[in-house]
Design a protein around this ligand. Sequence first.
Ligand code: G3H
Ligand code: 13P
Ligand code: ZN
Length: 324
Amino acid sequence: MAASYKELGLVNTREMFKKAMAGKYAVPAYNFNNMEQLQAIITACIESKSPVILQVSSGARKYANQILLKHMAMGALEIVKDAGSKIPVALHLDHGDTYELCVSCIESGFSSVMIDGSGKPFAENVALTKKVVEYAHKHDVTVEGELGVLAGIEDDVSHEKSHYTHPEEVQEFVKKTGVDSLAISIGTSHGAYKFKVAPGEDLPELRFDILEEVEKRLPGFSIVLHGSSSVPKEYVDLINKYGGKLEQTAGVPEDQLRKAAQSAVCKINIDTDGRLVVTAKIREVFTNSPKEFDPRKYLGPARTELVKMYKHKNEHVLGSAGKA
Ligand code: G3H
Ligand code: 13P
Ligand code: ZN
């Protein structure tokens, strides 16, 4: 083992989820790929006293370098300490697709991993997830599995066909694999184009009936929601006002996420909203100040706006503010 997450000051998600379940809120899982995103996540979670899951995809590892990402997470922990804050921080692999990737992340200090076998047949998903759990639990690292396929195409996370989680499969999956949490598919999808609706039509409700069925079959078990960005209109409008061309975007309405956070959903994944905020603010600076060429002058405003957005999620959507 190159590094134990405990020595780094990270925690796994077990205690976080237990508290979230009892307190009827969800822990935010925010993706990061660069310094400004990480700074904003940590600042927002310190200021709103929220537990946080720092989430890294395999694409993020390729983009930012796995060694650097680990040290960035360690730096974030020092900042938490320096601020006199005690918020629990987990470092989590998002959408791990192989056993080897999960092992590599655990060896480099991750406290939690997702093994996403949701695109595979049930038996293969079970076998892969079980293998990851056996390795991870030896190191007290928590594991998230997935049943059901989310729609949407986003870099490496792409599924042409989506299907909702079958509640009748969840007990067998959890029992056979030993996973600590389960991502389910109830109508969310990755990216900025989650629902197709005609003008004037309301967005469809998430399938809370499936969530309830899952809760009945797995009482007290932690559920995860992927694809949970709300795609706020204010940022889409800013992007388009300043030269962008995003059309017919749609996200998960905040009241539905609030409702989910009060249920067995203990972890809510948000990436796209951060991307929209950064793009909107950078476009705004580029348009209003075309002579600007210092990256701090456009990444800085993007970071400030990110802090605002993450605090809003913690305080008004996930309910995690004040829980750490
Ligand atoms: O669910 C996917 C996350 O938004 C990560 O996306 O693979 O483009 O880093 P990525
Ligand atoms: P969004 O694309 O809705 O932000 O979902 C992110 C996610 O599920 C990361 O795993
Ligand atoms: Zn996801």
